[in-house]
Design a protein around this ligand. Structure first.
Ligand SMILES: Nc1ncnc2c1ncn2[C@@H]1O[C@H](COP(=O)(O)OP(=O)(O)OP(=O)(O)O)[C@@H](O)[C@H]1O
Length: 273
């Protein structure tokens, strides 16, 4: 009898969603949704408008109540955590909401320092030092710190939102349509920034997007939301072969991709190569 070769270790799952149900009144938005997010990957999350992409993100973050199912983050069932443990999990992820969601009455510096004030006990000088680092990380000049959100361009607003999402040095960032509203050059620059941060900081990225270019440029895997479930998940080249009518229309329809192969493929994430 020969010994079987040891199987390679499976992917390190940082978020695991099983049988998720979310409803608003009788409107079932999630109806038995399963999804895994692997450490170190950029997972693109697509689906028709109103399918529930933002709701899923907000449910994982604990901002929308679920009706059923389980959500595990870093191996912990979120239903079984104390308030203190939930706060600790909250320090391990950051969020860039659609449109940046900055506080209009606060300066850029004050916006980036909001999570630091909530979670850390640091002197003002230390927070200012960290803020300077985060601005540098997202490619913004230091003099942006004293501006108010109304003085920023769309691309700068997204970068400030990303700097705030990175304020606590998270392991995961959730990005809700990060390139929406940006011109193609700014959108491409933002994709590059996310890809660079993912590599240099070892981030795991969960990205809701309608931007096909982003999917091709930086996503290691793509999950498709349909009828309250993940109807397909895999590498983009596999999804391009799908017979599912919505996926076919999405990738091969009028606004779809002849782009495939014309954009650089993302470098493989651990376990997704
Ligand atoms: N607080 C709420 N109360 C009632 N219904 C809601 C609420 N939030 C979301 N919904 C509904 O849930 C569904 C999913 O909304 P969601 O914003 O997640 O869609 P989406 O896939 O992100 O859409 P888009 O791509 O247009 O941003 C929609 O029908 C929306 O109207």
């Amino acid at each position: 009898m020969t010994d079987a070769a040891p199987s390679p270790p499976g992917p390190d799952v940082v978020i695991s969603v099983r049988g998720l149900e979310v409803a608003f009144g009788d409107h079932m938005v999630m109806d038995g949704l399963d999804l895994d997010l692997y450490r170190g990957e950029v997972l693109g999350f697509v689906g028709a408008s109103g399918a529930g992409k933002s709701v899923l993100t907000r449910t994982i973050l604990g901002l929308v109540p679920k009706r059923g199912g389980t959500i595990e983050a870093f191996g912990h069932n979120l239903d079984h955590l104390t308030h203190q443990e939930k706060l600790q999990i909250g320090e391990r992820w950051g969020v860039l909401f659609q449109e940046g969601a900055l506080f209009s009455s606060l300066t850029v510096r004050q916006n980036i320092e909001v999570p630091m004030r909530e979670h850390l006990k640091l002197s003002q000088a230390m927070m200012d030092g960290l803020t300077a680092q985060k601005l540098h990380l997202v490619g913004l000049p230091q003099d942006a710190a004293d501006k108010y959100p109304s003085e920023l361009s769309g691309g700068m607003t997204k970068r400030v939102g990303l700097a705030r999402a990175l304020a606590l040095d998270p392991e995961i960032v959730f990005l809700d349509e990060p390139t929406s509203g940006l011109d193609p050059i700014s959108a491409g620059d933002f994709d590059d920034l996310i890809a660079t941060l993912q590599k240099t900081l070892g981030l795991t990225v969960f990205m809701v997007t309608h931007d096909l270019d982003s999917l091709f440029a930086i996503c290691n895997r793509v999950a498709v939301l349909g009828h309250g479930k993940v109807s397909a998940v895999g590498k983009i080249e596999d999804l391009l072969q799908s017979d599912d009518p919505w996926i076919k229309a999405y990738f091969h329809g009028k606004r779809g991709v002849v782009r495939a192969g014309t954009r650089a493929a993302p470098s493989p994430a651990p376990h997704t190569a």
